[in-house]
Design a protein around this ligand. Structure first.
Ligand SMILES: [Zn+2]
Length: 114
């Protein structure tokens, strides 16, 4: 199952209600909590270059190909989060690798949303 779907199910089970992919918000966040003015992004470790994560390793042989693409993604993410924060939206990033520990993940989400 896609990481984003798992997070959605978990958050729903926790009793929070949200909207999906609001395109009018910077970065089109995966989960949007309009009343709380908070958003959650679910990021793949490779595509969004999770710092110090094994899954974010770029294959050395194809570095020329990947590096510009991935750098662009990281810059775009940073810009989106800055724009959100300027407009008083709080944002949280959940990394794909965090999903394998549901207890910790749930605690992280609860802390962010309450
Ligand atoms: Zn990761």
């Amino acid at each position: 199952m896609k990481p984003e779907v798992l997070v959605r199910r978990l958050v729903h089970k926790m009793g929070f209600r949200f909207r999906l992919h609001r395109r009018d918000l910077p970065g089109t966040p995966d989960l949007v909590f309009p009343k709380l003015h908070k958003v959650i992004f679910v990021h793949g470790c490779f595509w969004h270059q999770h710092a110090n994560c094994r899954r974010s390793n770029i294959p050395k042989t194809r570095e020329d190909y990947w590096l510009p693409k991935l750098t662009r993604n990281v810059k775009r993410d940073r810009k989106s989060r800055m724009q959100l924060s300027k407009n008083d939206w709080k944002s949280l990033v959940i990394w794909e690798c965090e999903i394998k520990n549901p207890v910790k993940l749930e605690a992280k989400i609860r802390k962010f949303l309450t």
